[in-house]
Design a protein around this ligand. Sequence first.
Ligand SMILES: O=C(O)CCC(=O)C(=O)O
Length: 412
Amino acid sequence: MAHNLVEAPFPPFPFTSRPVPIARDAFDFEQWRREPAGPVILKGTFADWPLFRSLKQCHTDDARLDYLSSTFGNNVVGYTRVPASDPFMGYDGSGKQNFKYAPASCTLSEFCALMRAALKDPDADVLYARGGANSVRTWPEFSRAIRPLDFLKGMTPNGEGVWLGNGRHVTYLHQDAHFNFFAMVTGVKRVLLYPLEAIADLYPTPFYGGIAGTTSSYVRPGAPDLAKFPRFANAAKDAWVAQIEEGDLLCLPPCWWHHVEAAPGVNLMINTFAWALPPRREFEFEVMMRKAVRAALGLGPEELARVRSHLDQRANGEGPVGASRSARVLSRRLSRFLQPDIPGYWRKIARCYYDHYIFQVNGHPVSAHPERHLAWARQEGVPKQRLRQWFRFTRGIAQMTWRRRRASGIVP
Ligand SMILES: O=C(O)CCC(=O)C(=O)O
């Protein structure tokens, strides 16, 4: 593997990191998918996309916007805007989300006109069409301008988004439960990454209780407040950085933390999430975790330590002998995702989540805002909330099935 060491127009991080490797010819994608050791960049995998080729022929941002506007202009874009003076989208100093995901919408040609004006004024807002609000398969002409990537065959897409902006935005540090592939079509992004195991040093939100339903971090990696988040200094040993440019496909294993910045100028990235387990199994894990975290709050440290050591030794369906019924139920639930039928990478993820949120081996799991962990647990106990989660999952599956029938995307 080679490394991506190209200079980029980003201020350096106040810590060192290792570069994400670039895959060379001998790279075995199937093997990576079975045992993803870390993120990797693939080059040239979508060089045949009409969208990519057309944009490559445009030599200015004006020309890129003309092309996007004239070819896909009627599609409806959901977007947000943040001030150029601070284009960070995430948590502010008091732990409050400082932006709305995609509060505005217009046609793509209107959005291109807004971006064109903003590009001429360095003080203009940063505009960003976020992928969760813009699905590739609902923009028919756009979908026809890309090609499915054969090596993703057999994976199940979970959402394929269009991320488009006038550059300079910063997306909060968070992780998603799925594989994630970033196809950088135009512009440059810098992606800071950490394995899930760095969780304790990243000051996470409650489990899946952060921005847009992800597990997010309260830290701003570009300007970390080390007085408030002293452990973040330890995270440097786990930090990876990828600078992705036109034609790069960044492949992220499930649950890797990522923080994304765009260089100035028109920026277009298409991503696809792919389920890391069969969808129902992944949802079962989420539901099980939500129950287990609540159940753990009712057990003492000794009993939790017994459950943990029981899982370490046996990882079977029975709980520790002589333990309370709640401890045995907890043990049974947790062991389900440590069995050999669960892929090795997910067993590792499960262990890491268990240690952090259930056994609390790193201290309080939401140490930046402990009260939010309790509020989250209370909320999780409300049947309406569980129904909402089930509804969201079922609707997501139905939507994706319907979209896959109608139009093609990145996953064949
Ligand atoms: O590119 C971005 O700004 C964010 C992308 C992202 O966070 C994601 O795909 O999960």
